[in-house]
Design a binder for this molecule. Sequence first.
Ligand SMILES: Cc1ncc(COP(=O)(O)O)c(C=O)c1O
Length: 402
Amino acid sequence: MQISRAIAEQMERPSWIRRMFETGTQLRRERGAENVFDYSIGNPDVEPPDAVIAALRRIVAENRPRSHSYMPNAGYPEVRATLARRLAERSGIPFTGDDILMTNGAAGAINTILKAILDPGDEVMVLSPYFPEYRFYIENHAGRVVLVETDERFQPDPARIAAALTPRTRALILNSPNNPTGVIYSEAVLRAVNRVLPDPVLVICDEPYRPIAFDGAVTPEAVRIFDRAVIAWSWSKAMAIPGERIGYLALPPHLPGVAQLRGACTVANRILGYINAPAIWQWVVGAEPEATVDVAQYQAKRDLLCDALQSMGYDAPRPQGAFYVWAKTPIADDIAFIGLLQQEGILAVPGIGFGRTGYMRLSLTITRDAIERSLPGFERALRKAKANCPPMNAELAGSRLS
Ligand SMILES: Cc1ncc(COP(=O)(O)O)c(C=O)c1O
């Protein structure tokens, strides 16, 4: 059976996160699971909060009539009203239930808004380094990806954004706290970005990591700052439930043309095949919207890893949020360095996988014990890199991207 040219081409594009996942399976077979230190994938390693599991049990036990039926495509009105109230309290914007569309995670929310606003050839700006799935989401709707580099601190650069605008620009995706850099975008920078964005460019605030911020940092409320912004929210990371696929798209009531946009998003959510967000999980998040995993344990792992890497001589600043360490590779060739780490049983994603060479992403979704046991390997890899030792994994080194 023939597959489409577009998907064939997308399948060919190297996904470094997936490749590391597969390498991990192979390494575990060869060395034993306890000798593999997997920093590659952002899959939470903690259990959901007790309150979430308790709400799930309660809701299933209640077995309300027609709990498993079709519903309005935007989701249960009661749940949407509850979530809108919480969001209004937090943001100061008078959201109502009508402004909330329940989605299959942030990925569902982003695909829904892109489907609602893009015509073929329209452009979407993505700040680099970037979450690589954005490219697929945009191309799903025949959009064109326009990469815009961030500044030296990985903050948005208003001048570069202004220079990348064209008459076809329809949206800018902003992700803060950021995957992969762990940076929280500052309010001053966001205000400067707002000043350069003309109507009708829409800012899509992808915020699945908002609750995961360290040292008391608070992520500025982008929907208050931008004239035209929507929120793609998800409980995947906040509650450590990425397999349950639950989130929402929030459309601020002051958005120009909001009524039509709401209708467009509701239809998009339906015809993309999502139909509606998972029913039981809508009730769960409606019952416990603020329940969050223990952020302190991510912070403790961040401190352990960053402090150890820095004392060895790595340039590995502490992230402000999300659960990734974005460190410079000691040699410019990040793929070669990833090969050296792999010899030590350490799996990391090279920066090129996020559009920036010379870096690596280390996910903190790994146990404290594994971090501690991996540290000698980081030290040996650094020593080898400094001694100009070539990578031994020829396959990995050979699969370099251009
Ligand atoms: C930046 C970013 N956006 C969106 C997503 C998708 O999240 P969800 O599971 O809510 O669809 C992820 C998942 O890793 C992510 O890192």
